[in-house]
Structure formats: C-alpha cells, structure tokens
Design a protein around this ligand. Structure first.
Ligand code: FAD
Length: 500
C-alpha cells in the first residue's frame, strides 16, 4: 500500500476555498500526507462571499471550531434566511427562511392545509408560520434549544454572515497549526508529464519548482491548473442565469441589525446587503447585456444604507461550471470549478461538499477513473439541482418594467425545473429529488414568494374540516409567536456571546 499512497498534496490559492481545503484536509486526514498551499500576495482573492447557508455549521463542527470564537474573529453575524424585495413583482417582499414552514402532517405538507384555507379566504400570508421569518423580521435570534424537544426552537436552522478576509485568515491559522506549509509567490507555469498529461510541477516566479502527486486548484475563476494547464472546458449557463457582473462596496453600519441577508431586485439584476458587526457588505449583481456599468454603479451607490467605506469594485463572471471538476490529478474546488451567482449563498457550501466528496473518493497513485467519473457525476448533479433553484427566482416573475425581467420570464428553462414548476402549478406539490440541497419548504417559499399559485391543493386535506384546519393553523402561529417573544434580540445575542 505504501508505495501506492500519494504523499504530496498541493493546494493552489489562498482564498476561502484554498484555506477551507487546507484546514479540512489537515484536520480530517492528518497522517501520511504533506500539504502545501501556494498563494500570491500580488493576486488578490475575490474578497466577497460573506453569506452562507446552514451547512457551514456542519463544516465548522467537523473542524471542531467553536461558534462564538469563530463569530468573534470574523466580525460575523447570524443568518436566519433571505429577505427578497421587489422580486416576482415590484413593491413586494417575501422571505426565504431556513427551516420549516408550519408543521407537516403525515398525509400532506403544511402548505396544503394553509392553501385550502387561503383559497377559502380564511388564511392570510405564509410568513407567520416560519419561525425564522418571524424572528428575523423582529430582529430576534437564538441558537437551537435541544433542551426543548417539542418546541420549534429545538432545532432552529441558521447560518452566518462573516468577513471573507477574516475567515480565510482564521482558517489559515488553523491549518498552519496542523502542519500545512504555506508558500507565497506567483505561479508562472504548470509542467505536465509527457507520458499521460498529468500535472508534474508548478514553476514559481523565482524559478522554484513545486512537485506534487495531487493538486487542488483553488486559484479562483482563472482556473490556473484545471483550465489553463489542463484545458478542461467550461459550460456557459448565461442563457439561464444571465447576470455576469457584480459591483461590490462596503458601507458603514446603518439600519437594523436583523439576522438576514437582504436581496433587492433592480431592473437588470439585484443588490445584496449583508450586515456584519463592523460594516455592511453590499453588491449589485446584474447582466451587462441589459445594463451598463455606470448605471449599475449609480443604482448601488444610491441604495446604500450607510456611508461607502471604499471605492466600488467590479467583478466579472460567467455563470456555469467546469466540464469536469476532477481531471487527471487535479480537482477544482471553489470558483475554479464554476460559479452560479451568489443569490442563495451556495458557493461556500459547494466548497464544503466538494471537499467531503473528495474524501469519499480520495485517490491513491492509480487515480482510478471510476472514482474520478463518479466524483464528477455527483458534482454535476449538485450543480444542476442548485442551478434550477436559482433559475426559479428569475423565471417566475410578473415584472414588466424592464427588458431583463421580460427575457427571464420568457426564457426556456431546463426540463428538470419545468417538471417542478408544472407539478407545483397543478396541486402545490414539490418534488425533492434525493440529496437535493434545498428542502421542500425552500422551494415553497420561493415559488410562492415569486407569485406562483397552484390551481388546487392536495385533496387529502379535505379529510379535515375547515374549522379543524383553522384551529391547527392558529395553534402553529401561536406557538411560533410565543417562542419568538422569548428570544433575545440579534444584537443582544452577539453582545452576550460573541464579543471579546
Ligand atoms: P479566490 O478568492 O479568487 O482565491 C484565488 C486564490 O488563488 C488567491 O489566493 C490568489 O492569490 C491565488 N492565485 C491565483 N492565481 C495564482 C497564481 N498564478 N499564483 C499563485 N496564486 C494564485 N459565496 C457564498 O457562499 N456566499 C456569498 O454570499 C457569495 N457572494 C459572492 C459574490 C460575488 C460577486 C462572487 C463573484 C462570488 C461570491 N461567492 C459567494 C463565491 C465565493 O466568494 C467564493 O466561492 C469563495 O470566496 C471562494 O473563492 P476562491 O477561493 O475559489 O477564489
């Protein structure tokens, strides 16, 4: 076995993906392997990527990272979901809260009960049935309370906002303590083996050669190894996800300290607002086919809650994915593997799932093609499922104020998404394929929030009378109100637990 084992693992890039890879591998596979991370101080990291989804907690837990310490060192805040403003239709707001909406019953999801009453004019909005939505709108936050097993508080679902630069720094210290060697310098060439085209070594600007058995490409969108050296190819999804540019700027704290990201749709894209402890991160994501940069920048700068703290920065991207995430002895993790735009904060999650999948299919010197193929097959599936969820936000809209929204409404969507849309439009049913990231209640909140209404509810809810259902809805809402009343404010929670 010993001679078949790979030894030298080289991680290229010291952004979020690079340091997450280094930290996770050094912690989870600490023996036998030598880890080296190469990054260039001359080539900056992307510097955005500050909102996450709940799986980030799982990643930190695998690493044994203490939550409060992590929030303290990254100037972080908590995130219960996303508030969508002007999506679907102008002057509207809806919320995608993590966790459940109501309490599902053995025969039908909560939604069908609500839908029946709503169609009879006996129930208002969906929001009061999500504890995350109610808490977030009132500026409240609490971690889960496993000591209250029958309460919606028992397993509250939440994620984090954090300063991306501080997160990379935090993980760097963690990885270096576990033996990861860091090399600073610019890679100017990648040498391939003549026999099979595998990567042999990296050539640094100072002439040093860095050999490795296995290379993890975390070099960002350029894809230094996976694309520039191995020419793997890229699937361009801009016809489905048309935004291709972002302008980002931090601003001073202002407005309320709610535990959610805000996403405000504009006429050719949308703007994020991510509140941290020391500043607010903002960015305008838009399609350059429908709006020029100067106009996009004006919109952003005129819609900041606080005072701009830096010059706005432009970032170009192509939505899509690398044709193979793993090619020969190189795996692309992070932006080098693809990017589908930040609307549902899924990229950092995909760094995590890429790493966990890598550990499942971890190679030896044989680099068995069956492992590589299955890694790639599962990665493609994950990309496609998340892609469909993102496209949903654009496709289902009634905005008639711009060419961009009309294009989105009329565009063809992947068949896998069309099936979901048709199923929901008929009887409000949501098909969650196995291991799909976003649960039924996420799809529900976005489909409903974007204005899609089923023609009918599931007939099985007719087993219960409207009065019985009204009582059930009333109780659900009352329990949520009581729980939220007992929560501290988001700010008080941070002050009490996460400040030095
Ligand atoms: P980068 O941060 O670009 O790092 C690349 C690294 O490679 C750098 O260290 C650089 O020095 C090094 N490098 C490159 N070339 C060389 C070379 N020749 N020699 C040596 N070193 C080199 N994700 C989320 O989960 N949530 C969000 O809210 C979110 N928002 C986003 C908003 C925008 C506009 C964009 C574009 C992305 C967003 N993302 C978000 C994605 C997220 O930022 C990235 O997935 C994450 O930061 C990982 O980036 P990375 O480490 O792959 O690349």
């Amino acid at each position: 076995m010993t001679e078949r084992r790979i030894q030298d693992i080289v991680i290229v890039g010291g952004g979020t993906a690079g340091w997450m890879s280094a930290a996770a591998l050094a912690q989870l596979l600490p023996n036998h392997y030598r880890y080296r991370l190469v990054e260039s101080d001359q080539i900056s990291t992307i510097g955005v990527g500050e909102a996450t989804i709940p799986s980030i907690r799982n990643f930190n837990m695998h690493l044994g990272i203490d939550e409060n310490d992590f929030i303290r060192h990254t100037q972080g805040t908590f995130k219960l979901g996303i508030e969508f403003v002007n999506w679907g239709i102008n002057n509207s707001t809806y919320f995608h809260g993590f966790g459940s909406v109501g309490r599902d019953q053995p025969t039908a999801n909560f939604y069908h009960y609500w839908l029946k009453l709503n169609q009879m004019g006996m129930a208002g909005g969906l929001e009061p049935y999500s504890i995350n939505t109610v808490a977030s709108m009132l500026g409240k936050f609490s971690v889960g309370r496993p000591d209250l097993p029958n309460s919606p508080l028992s397993d509250l679902s939440y994620a984090y906002h954090f300063d991306a630069g501080l997160y990379a720094k935090y993980l760097r210290a963690y990885a270096e303590q576990r033996g990861v060697k860091r090399t600073e310098g610019r890679i100017v060439q990648t040498l391939l083996r003549e026999s099979d085209g595998y990567i042999d070594a990296l050539v640094m600007e100072n002439g040093e050669k860095i050999h490795g058995d296995f290379f993890i490409d975390c070099s960002g969108m350029v894809g230094l190894l996976i694309e520039k050296a191995l020419q793997t190819g890229y699937e361009d999804w801009r016809h489905w996800l048309p935004c291709d540019t972002a302008i980002a700027v931090p601003c001073s704290l202002a407005g309320s300290a709610q535990a959610h990201t805000r996403s405000t749709a504009h006429s050719a894209g949308w703007q994020w607002r991510i509140p941290l402890q020391h500043r607010i991160g903002n960015g305008h994501v838009f399609s350059s086919n429908f709006m020029d940069v100067a106009q996009a920048q004006d919109i952003l700068m005129n819609n900041l809650d606080g005072k701009a703290l830096a010059e706005p920065r432009q970032i170009k991207f192509i939505t899509g994915k690398r044709k193979k995430a793993w090619n020969k002895n190189c795996i692309a993790i992070g932006l080098s593997g693809g990017f589908m735009e930040p609307l549902e904060s899924t990229s950092i999650h995909m760094v995590k799932t890429g790493l966990m999948r890598l550990i499942t299919f971890f190679p030896d010197k044989d680099f068995d093609q069956v492992d590589i193929d299955n890694y790639n097959r599962l990665t493609d599936k994950e990309y496609a499922q998340i892609r469909d969820f993102l496209i949903l936000h654009y496709k289902v809209n009634q905005r008639d104020d711009s060419e961009f929204w009309r294009y989105c409404r009329e565009m063809d969507v992947p068949e896998s998404l069309q099936i979901k849309l048709d199923l929901f439009a008929s009887h409000g049913r949501i098909l969650r394929e196995n291991e799909e990231l976003f649960p039924e209640d996420s799809w529900l909140q976005v489909m409903h929030g974007q204005g899609l209404r089923p023609r009918r509810y599931s007939p099985v809810v007719d087993q219960r009378s409207p009065e019985e259902i009204a009582g059930f809805l009333h109780n659900t809402q009352a329990v949520i109100c009581k729980c939220v009343d007992a929560m501290p404010s988001h700010l008080d929670y941070i002050r009490a637990n996460c400040m030095a």
